[in-house]
Design a protein around this ligand. Structure first.
Ligand code: 5GP
Ligand code: MN
Length: 317
């Protein structure tokens, strides 16, 4: 796909990504925004996204992000990035559905091809990688390069997850050639933690529980704890990664409370278990080694159910 050719004569374009936007979602959305601003100046480009973390505010176009669609705004084309299903673009679904042409650029294995044109590559490390391949390489500016690099490092865990390929590194190398400050991007947008984030990470690790002969680990954070430390769910991102690194663990599970008996659940695996299949059993989705879902019930009910599915997967092997 060549994104500018795909847009044809479209003059008013909307861009969005999934709810609770992460580095890859925000990077791909703003990467496309910058690329179109630079190379298709006649297009009225509008970015709609739930407010991303301020850690990503160095990305050019961050200030142009709108959190609501203007009433009666009509789009010739609407592009969704890093999103596997239409229910994950609320509250922008109406703008998307009413557009003359819809395009999805994604890398989720669980993507259900909900747009008119779907460019979905499940083997790609990130939506940014898929997006970059829709660009003319010579037309990528430093601003766009910062966005693409950011998305790649976030979805590869700084080039270490199994989704990282030769092509991923090739694109990252090209972005480095554009003069971006790659060390700062990695430190400030990926590794940096606030003091309270470190405190709640420490607490979650302290209260983590190993089960299934040490192959699984889980931990959870309640709303009261989040209120006490003054953090939102978005700021709990690094906890699941630290749980996953535990020696001997194949599957890590992290839950944080979003309502009465309601949890956002993150899953990670190392080599054997397909966590996207577990998430799908709960109506969620994601990738083989990183997936998530929302669930009702107590922590123990949810973790027990996940444990049963893990046991089934081991039994099938
Ligand atoms: P995380 O655990 O970091 O929130 O998400 C890991 C991966 O699973 C991401 O690629 C994310 O897009 C996907 N994911 C997380 N939660 C959900 C969900 O509720 N539904 C779907 N379809 N995918 C999810
Ligand atoms: Mn992604």
């Amino acid at each position: 796909m060549n994104i500018i050719k795909e847009l044809g004569a479209a003059k008013v374009v909307g861009i969005t990504g999934h709810i609770r936007p992460d580095g890859d979602c925000t990077g791909s959305v703003l990467g496309l925004y910058n690329y179109l601003k630079d190379n298709a100046p006649d297009i009225d480009v509008n970015v709609y996204l739930e407010q991303p973390s301020d850690k990503l505010s160095y990305l050019n176009g961050f200030d142009a992000i709108k959190n609501v669609i203007e009433p009666d705004k009509k789009f010739d084309a609407f592009i969704v990035l890093d999103c596997s299903s239409i229910d994950r673009i609320e509250p922008f679904a109406d703008g998307f559905k009413n557009a003359d042409k819809t395009i999805c650029i994604d890398h989720h294995i669980s993507n259900d091809s909900f747009a008119d044109v779907n460019n979905v590559i499940p083997t790609a490390s990130s939506a940014c990688e898929v997006l970059y391949d829709t660009f003319d390489a010579g037309k990528v500016s430093r601003n766009t390069a910062e966005c693409i690099y950011t998305g790649i490092i976030h979805d590869t865990g700084v080039f270490k997850y199994s989704c990282t390929s030769f092509h991923t590194m090739e694109i990252a190398g090209k972005m480095m050639q554009m003069g971006i400050d790659y060390s700062d991007i990695i430190d400030n947008s990926f590794y940096k933690k606030s003091y309270v984030q470190n405190q709640i990470l420490g607490r979650a690790l302290l209260e983590s529980v190993l089960f299934y002969d040490g192959k699984c680990i889980f931990s959870s954070v309640t709303r009261d704890e989040m209120d006490f430390y003054g953090v939102t769910g978005r700021e709990l991102g690094g906890i699941i990664e630290q749980l996953r690194l535990t020696d001997g663990v194949e599957v890590a599970i992290f839950l944080y409370e979003t309502g009465d008996n309601e949890y956002k659940v993150s899953l990670r695996s190392k080599k054997e278990i397909d966590v996207s299949r577990i998430a799908a059993c709960f109506g969620g989705g994601g990738h083989i080694r990183a997936a998530g879902f929302n669930a009702k019930g107590t922590v123990y009910e949810i973790v027990n159910r996940i444990g049963e599915i893990i046991e089934q997967q081991y039994a099938q092997e």
